[in-house]
Design a protein around this ligand. Structure first.
Ligand SMILES: NC(=O)c1ccc[n+]([C@@H]2O[C@H](COP(=O)([O-])OP(=O)(O)OC[C@H]3O[C@@H](n4cnc5c(N)ncnc54)[C@H](OP(=O)(O)O)[C@@H]3O)[C@@H](O)[C@H]2O)c1
Length: 259
C-alpha cells in the first residue's frame, strides 16, 4: 500500500486529506501537535478503512519538530505522498501580533514546507516516484489581505511549488508537485485565528472534503495548481489579471478599525 504523510492532520483540510487518502487505500503518517487528537483520529481511520496509521507529535514551528518529520520522510516504509498542509493566519494587523508571532507564522507556513519538501524530494527523486501537495491559498495570488504576512507566506508556497514542479530535476524523476489554492473553507482555521466567520457570505464558503477531492483529482491529472470551485477560479483570475491598484481597493485590511 502507498503511504501518505499529512501535516495538520487532526482538523480541517488535513483531516479531510487523511479521510480521502484512507478511502484510496493509503497508509497514513499523521502529524500535528495534539497527541490525543492524533491518536483518536488515527484509530478512527484504521477502524474505518483498515489502513496502517502512525502518529508523529511535532510542532513544525520548531527545529526539533521539523527534524522528527524529516527523519520519518527518510525512513521506511517510504512516503509516497507528502501533504504540507499545516498553516496558520492571524486576525490582528502586522505590528499588533508581535514579531515572534509573525516569525512563528513564517516558520510553519514557509520554513517547515521548505524543509519537509527538501527531505521528501531527496527520497522521491532517488526512488523516481512520489508526489508533494503544498497547501497555499487563493490569498497568495495577490493583495487579498492588507497588513498581513499570511498572503506573502502563501505566495511563497505557490512560487516555490511551481518552480520545482516545472523543473527538469523533478519532472525527469517522475515526481509530481501540486500547489492547492483554496478559498474560504469551513475548518477550525478562522476560529483558531480569532477571525470572524460572519464574512464572507455563506455561498462563498467551501467544504473541506470537496476541496480535497478536487486537489487529488488535479494531482492525478498532472496539474501544478489546483483552485477548487468556479467561484474561486474567478477570484483567482481577478487577482492575477486585474491591476494591483484595483485589487488592493477590494482587499480586507486588517489594520482598518472595525475591519
Ligand atoms: N480554512 C480556510 O479557509 C483556508 C483557506 C485557504 C488556505 N487554507 C490553508 O489550509 C491549510 C489547513 O488549514 P485548515 O483551515 O484546515 O486549518 P485548521 O482547521 O485550523 O487545522 C490546522 C491543523 O494544523 C495543525 N497545526 C497547527 N499548528 C501546527 C504546528 N505548529 N505544528 C504542527 N501542526 C500544526 C493543527 O493541529 P494541532 O493544533 O494539534 O497542531 C490542525 O491539525 C493551512 O495551510 C491554511 O493556511 C485554509
Amino acid at each position: 500500500m502507498p503511504t501518505a504523510l499529512v501535516t495538520g492532520a487532526t482538523a480541517g483540510l488535513g483531516r479531510a486529506f487523511t479521510r480521502a487518502l484512507a478511502e484510496r487505500g493509503h497508509d497514513l503518517v499523521l502529524v500535528a501537535r495534539s497527541e490525543r487528537d492524533l491518536k483518536e483520529h488515527a484509530d478512527l481511520l484504521h477502524a474505518g478503512h483498515g489502513v496502517r496509521t502512525e502518529v508523529l507529535v511535532a510542532d513544525l514551528t520548531t527545529d526539533e519538530g521539523c527534524a522528527l518529520v524529516t527523519a520519518r520522510l527518510a525512513a521506511e516504509p517510504a512516503v509516497d505522498l507528502l501533504v504540507n498542509n499545516a498553516g496558520i493566519g492571524y486576525e490582528n494587523a502586522f505590528g499588533q501580533t508581535g514579531i515572534h508571532a509573525e516569525e512563528r507564522l513564517l516558520d510553519l507556513n514557509v520554513r517547515a514546507v521548505l524543509r519537509l519538501t527538501d527531505a521528501a524530494l531527496k527520497e522521491m527523486t532517488r526512488r523516481r516516484s512520489g508526489a508533494v501537495v503544498n497547501v497555499a491559498s487563493v490569498a497568495g495570488l495577490g493583495p487579498a489581505w492588507l497588513s498581513s504576512t499570511y498572503p506573502a507566506s502563501k505566495a511563497w508556497i505557490i512560487g516555490f511549488t511551481e518552480s520545482l514542479a516545472a523543473s527538469h530535476q523533478v519532472r525527469a524523476a517522475g515526481v509530481r508537485m501540486l500547489a492547492l489554492l483554496p478559498g474560504y473553507t469551513r475548518t477550525e482555521f478562522h476560529q483558531r485565528a480569532g477571525i470572524p466567520t460572519t464574512f464572507p457570505p455563506p455561498w462563498l464558503w467551501l467544504n473541506a472534503d470537496d476541496v480535497v477531492r478536487t486537489a487529488l483529482r488535479d494531482l492525478d491529472r498532472g496539474k501544478v495548481l489546483s483552485i477548487p470551485s468556479l467561484r474561486y477560479k474567478t477570484a483567482a483570475w481577478g487577482l492575477r489579471h486585474l491591476p494591483r491598484s484595483l485589487s488592493r481597493r477590494f482587499a480586507w485590511d486588517l489594520s482598518r478599525p472595525g475591519h
